[in-house]
Design a protein. Structure first.
Length: 577
């Protein structure tokens, strides 16, 4: 309701980009379509945004590109046309299709495809299954004269790269430029995260309610400038943009996208003035010959309930309350010949449960007891939901309940991911009632060889006493998820501090710090262009996304947690900090 009108009021925009989809969103849309066949798309895009801005966008010749089609782009476009007809408008609307491969899941399963992370056999009846398409179909739709382009699942960055390919005539083998355009899309894909949102130094970011949304000024050679509408809140800062560069990427030397394999290690982020940051230096090479497919399947039910607990040792009372609820319900289930829960979790929110042994809240006197249970039978969780309320009068003193009433069971949606040959996924664009097949380059059988990774400068500290300071004094950080993998991007506040951070914050150090959460290995990657390090924490999110039972299923807090890590630094540096 804020972003599109704010950006259009700026004037001079060529494109409005809308990014609605994540793996969790696809699961939500699959459930919505199950209830109503016409609701498998991002309905807010049509009912709020399109109604509000289509007339203004067309008048100002700003084209609209959105992946709001979700798992039903045709239904989305029908809704857009209804809005346009009601307003007396006649936009040319293009649909990109081909990503929905749900009907072919038995075929892929029989061919031996398995989940690319766990090796699990694929479901033969998924709720959804969609290939992550690239930018070329969007470019072709714009080449054909579309005013509005609606896609289903595509990689987020393609929403920006497609218009750049169209505007600058970039070919499918202009790999350095495709990498640069993909980086532009990556920086902008999460909106205000590029303009001060989620910034480590959040106190420095003014006017959160009026925060400005990002504007990209792009150039034919791949350079781009990040800015925002004049007079808006937020912050255009090198550090904030660099944080977003590292957000939710894997190996920065081999960031795999359908159009290009990107190398972001030498990318430079330069502050031009108070409201402009330039990004340049991305490199690319030929893409692989496969698409990633994300599938969702229903896997039982989940219910999460909570109670507020106040007083001496509130955390201890919360844990005992959660255990009592689960024990009581298990007895009821057994008496009714129902199976046990498939998974449970108890958390004391406010007692730093997620920090494990690093928690600093002894004697917490106010917490929220959160208890979560999974079960294959909905009836069992309806019993569970009823038995949470009696804790308010039966057990711990100081127990109360905020408004909201009894919790309700909801389906558990699990995600699977696998690779499929691009040649097996025909991609089409429809405009003016005509379908055109888009020829997708086959790609190569591997990610190609990046140039040798840069070697960090070895830290050679002075011969003096060491003092521990929290990492936040030395660095900025941002974290996120890729399935069950958490990533933490760390950026040195001063370039000369990067060797010290590299020496102190090793993969072993990070693994030990998160040992209560992370079950797999930790690896790190060096980005000298932004004085940064990207840490990848495997098997870190309790399954991740809709599967995880944690209060932070997407690893958004991992970066903040790591910034509390004590780091030994020379006493003279500690004094300066």
């Amino acid at each position: 309701m804020v972003a599109a009108p704010q950006l259009l009021a700026t004037g001079g925009l060529d494109y409005l980009i809308f990014d609605y989809l994540a793996e969790t969103t696809m699961a939500i849309l699959a459930m919505a379509r199950g209830r109503d066949p016409e609701r498998g798309y991002a309905t807010d895009f049509v009912e709020i945004t399109i109604k509000a801005v289509m007339r203004d966008a067309l008048a100002k010749k700003a084209k609209i590109v959105a992946n709001a089609g979700g798992i039903d782009p045709q239904a989305c476009v029908r809704a857009i046309r209804a809005v346009a007809d009601a307003q007396g408008l006649s936009p040319r609307i293009a649909i990109v299709e081909g990503d929905d491969v749900g009907a072919r899941m038995p075929e892929f399963r029989d061919a031996g495809h398995r989940d690319m992370f766990s090796g699990t056999v694929l479901p033969d009846r998924p709720l959804s299954a969609n290939a992550y398409l690239g930018a070329l179909p969007i470019a072709r739709a714009l080449d054909a004269g579309a005013d509005v382009v609606v896609t289903g699942r595509c990689v987020d960055s393609a929403l920006v790269l497609g218009p750049l390919m169209h505007e600058f005539g970039w070919r499918a083998d202009d790999y350095d430029r495709l990498a640069a355009g993909s980086l532009a899309g990556h920086i902008a894909e999460c909106g205000c995260q590029a303009t001060g949102g989620l910034h480590t130094d959040w106190e420095d970011v003014p006017d959160w309610p009026g925060i400005g949304y990002p504007i990209l000024e792009c150039y034919p050679d791949g350079r781009f400038v990040v800015t925002k509408p004049p007079g808006t809140g937020g912050l255009i800062a090198r550090a904030a943009v660099a944080e977003q560069l590292l957000y939710e990427i894997g190996d920065p030397g081999a960031y795999l996208l359908p159009d290009v394999v990107c190398d972001f290690r030498e990318v430079r982020v330069t502050q031009l003035d108070e409201d402009r940051v330039e990004v340049a230096g991305a490199r690319g090479r030929a893409p692989t010959d496969t698409y990633k497919v994300s599938a969702t399947v229903m896997d039982g039910y989940r219910c999460a309930g909570s109670m507020v607990i106040i007083g001496i040792d509130a955390a201890g009372k919360a844990r005992r309350t959660g255990e009592a609820i689960l024990t009581r319900v298990r007895r009821i289930l057994s008496a009714r010949s129902l199976p046990d829960f498939t998974a449970t979790r108890i958390e004391a929110i406010g007692a730093e449960t997620i920090y494990g042994s690093h928690a600093r809240t002894p004697g917490t006197r106010e917490v929220v007891m959160r208890v979560v249970a999974d079960h294959p039978v909905k009836e069992a969780l309806e019993i569970f939901a009823r038995e949470i309320t009696p804790s308010g009068t039966s057990w711990a003193p100081g127990t109360t309940m905020p408004g909201g009433g009894r919790p309700h069971p909801s389906p558990v949606i699990r995600s699977f991911a696998f690779l499929v040959d691009k040649r097996e996924v025909p991609v089409n664009v429809e405009i003016d009632g005509k379908w055109v097949e888009v020829g997708i380059p086959p790609g190569s059988g591997h990610a190609g060889e990046a140039k040798a990774p840069p070697v960090p400068i070895e830290w050679d500290g002075p011969d003096e006493a060491m003092v521990e300071v929290p990492l936040i004094r030395l660095a900025w950080a941002r974290s996120g998820d890729k399935g069950n993998i958490a990533n933490i991007g760390v950026l040195a506040r001063r370039e000369e501090w990067l060797p010290l951070i590299w020496a102190r914050v090793t993969p072993q150090t990070v693994a030990e710090y998160f040992s209560h959460l992370v079950r797999g290995p930790v690896e790190r990657h060096y980005l000298p262009g932004v004085a940064g390090i990207n840490y990848l924490l495997y098997d870190a999110l309790d399954g991740g996304g809709t599967t995880s039972m944690r209060m932070d299923p997407l690893g958004k807090g991992f970066g903040q947690m790591l910034l509390d890590l004590p780091v030994a630094v020379p006493a003279t540096l500690a004094a300066r900090l």
